[in-house]
Design a protein around this ligand. Structure first.
Ligand code: HEC
Length: 197
């Protein structure tokens, strides 16, 4: 055991101030080491995996912090910034066109660009009724995307590909597809071939 209450010699005089060379009290050192151990446990618990969130309620989950959850959120933000990729196959196209968020974005585009010819309810004016079962150029998802992208310029349907770009084309196609069978007032007389599905 170290002697206590010995004067610590600095070899230099500091304005006559002297101090004892006593060890830190044991209770202090115990707390010091416990806090180091606790820091590692805490860090592992919250940043390693989302273990720390297992018992969280939906509210506290929003407030709680976890490295794993943060990484996930950052990945979502990064993905949202990726350029639009055209759906690769029929399945992917269907699922994109049936996504409610895409349909509502498409509705805004339809209101801004298409109502002049297709009508407020898409019931048809110069352009055909888009809510009935009759299609001039096909009512399948792929056909609709094609009609909007390329247009039927000679027949008065503009080509929207260069105007809207592929992402907005797919949104508005989602909206058009969602209109199938929607009841409208004053529908335009059917044009084209009836498609039963
Ligand atoms: C300038 C008028 C005009 C505008 C604006 C217009 N269309 Fe058309 N659209 C037409 C006409 C006319 C046709 C029919 C073409 C034909 O007879 O082959 C048509 C056809 C279509 C078809 C094919 C329908 C079928 O029966 O196969 C779709 C789908 C369509 N339009 C969607 C849209 C969308 C979506 C927009 C807005 C982005 C839009 N149109 C804007 C005039 C227009």
């Amino acid at each position: 055991m170290q002697e206590t209450n010995e004067i610590l010699e600095h070899g230099q005089d500091y304005d006559g101030i002297k101090e004892y060379d006593n060890p830190l009290p044991q209770w202090f050192m115990v707390m010091f080491y416990i806090s180091i151990a606790f820091a590692f446990l805490y860090m592992g618990y919250y940043t390693g995996k989302s273990y720390g969130l297992v018992h969280a309620t939906p509210v506290s989950q929003n407030l709680a912090w976890s490295g794993a959850v943060l990484a996930e959120q950052m990945r979502a933000v990064e993905n949202a910034k990726l350029p639009f990729e055209e759906p690769k196959d029929h399945e992917a196209l269907e699922s994109f066109l049936r996504t409610p968020g895409n349909i509502s974005k498409g509705e805004a585009i339809f209101k801004a660009n298409c109502v002049a010819c297709h009508g407020e309810q898409a019931q048809g004016i110069v352009g055909p009724n888009l809510t009935d079962k009759f299609w001039l150029h096909g009512g399948k998802s792929e056909d609709i995307v094609l009609s909007i992208t390329g247009g039927w310029v000679a027949k008065g349907m503009p080509s929207w590909g260069p105007v809207l770009g592929p992402e907005k084309i797919h949104w508005v196609a989602a909206y058009v597809l969602s209109l199938k069978g929607k009841p409208v007032t004053n529908p335009k007389a059917p044009q084209g071939v009836e498609e039963t599905e």
